[in-house]
Design a protein around this ligand. Structure first.
Ligand code: 13P
Ligand code: SF4
Length: 370
């Protein structure tokens, strides 16, 4: 429990008290809580968060950096995570025992993470065991997954990866065992394996709704990597035609995309990398350069605003924003913080101890690779 909070109030303040408050009022309330709680509060913010929220984050980053920051936090007693549910769970697993983690809106999930659950991954593992020796398979979960799936990887000698270390993680996996089962993002898995030289014939996609994932026994026997049939609903919106249109209209433009995009989009792009890589690349680019960026809209808009000496375009003509990240807005942040400060905390994200230890094993293997 948070020891800085007074144990007076019994009922949390209702969200309704915050819903219609003006931005100025909410900002003032957030600032007051931050000042009052001082170093006992750490606000972490993912790059996809809206400006109105991310400006209050003590630290910003991509998924890898944010998990490293949670693991390294020494002063705080509470982490308020401006991101999505799997990120808050990861912070709960990696932070010190005394730290409580909160997510301002518990409905801020990740549709990709929802595409793989423990039952279907266990069923896939059992099906694979009928065809190949699973002692020769490393399960690798993208960090965009539930803590239960990270725990599954922990128990099976597997590991977690993020979009910025997927190659390093798969190198580790292939050095130990011949094959990998990669979930839930087929695109990150395929793009990374292909960049490492795994031929397409040695990759197979696993559809959890079909027998043997929709594969023949031969295809499974041949595969070095089995890719779960999951995807990001935001990044699937970018198409190779968008890249072609920009190249035609703006000769010399550089195209930079996230590895959750399809292989065809990654092939058409100049550069691929995590949100932190995207941010650093644009920051370091020469003045006057022009970019089309294929990742979440809020980050791209911020990059355009913060780099006025360069031209930054959004790669798609459609609005592709992460609607769940967007749920963390100023009213929810103020509501969560004020309740925390008055001793009526809301929206704590708590990974059960039995899950935590195995999930930590898989996460720690990843962090050790850094
Ligand atoms: P990053 O690790 O690049 O921040 O990606 C997280 C994510 O959910 C991208 O869609
Ligand atoms: Fe999940 Fe995609 Fe949103 Fe990232 S952008 S949190 S992968 S739905």
């Amino acid at each position: 429990m948070n020891t800085h909070a007074p144990a007076l109030a019994a009922e949390p303040l209702p969200f309704e008290d915050f819903r219609h408050a003006s931005d100025a009022e909410l900002q003032r309330r957030v600032e007051a809580v931050k000042e009052g709680l001082g170093e006992s509060l750490l606000i972490l913010g993912h790059h996809y968060q809206q400006d109105e929220v991310v400006r209050f984050a003590d630290l910003r980053g991509d998924s890898l950096k944010l998990s490293q920051l949670a693991a390294a936090s020494r002063e705080c007693e509470s982490i308020v995570f401006c991101g999505v549910h799997f990120m808050a769970e990861t912070a709960d697993v990696l932070s010190r025992e005394e730290v409580d983690v909160y997510l301002p809106d518990l409905s801020a999930g990740c549709s990709m993470a929802d595409m793989a659950d423990l039952d279907s991954v266990e069923a896939a593992w059992a099906d694979l065991a009928d065809v190949i020796d699973v002692d020769d398979v490393t399960p690798v979960t993208y960090i965009n997954s539930t803590a239960e799936l990270k725990a599954f990887c922990g128990r099976k000698g597997g590991i977690v990866c993020t979009s910025s270390n997927a190659k390093k993680v798969l190198d580790w996996a292939f050095a130990r065992r011949r094959r990998a089962l990669f979930f839930p993002d087929q695109h990150l898995g395929a793009n990374t394996a292909r960049a490492m030289g795994v031929p397409l014939e040695e990759m197979t996609v696993w559809n959890p709704r079909r027998e043997l994932g929709g594969n023949s026994r031969e295809a499974i026997e041949r595969s070095r990597i089995v890719l779960w049939r999951g995807h990001c609903s935001v990044h699937q919106m970018f198409k190779p035609a968008h890249v072609a249109q920009f190249r035609e209209r703006r000769p010399g433009i550089k195209v930079l995309v996230h590895p959750e995009c399809s292989m065809a989009v990654v092939d058409a792009a100049d550069l691929v990398g995590s949100t932190e890589f995207i941010l650093k690349t644009i920051e370091a680019a020469p003045a006057g350069s022009e970019w089309a960026v294929g990742t979440e809209l809020h980050l791209v808009n911020r990059l355009a605003k913060e780099n006025p000496d360069k031209t930054v375009h959004f790669l798609s003509p459609m609005v592709c924003m992460c609607s769940t990240m967007y749920r963390i807005d100023l009213p929810h942040l103020a509501w969560c913080l004020e309740n925390l400060a008055r001793g009526t905390p809301v929206n704590r994200v708590r990974v059960p101890d039995a899950v935590k230890s195995s999930a930590r094993e898989a996460l720690q293997r990843m962090l050790d690779l850094a």
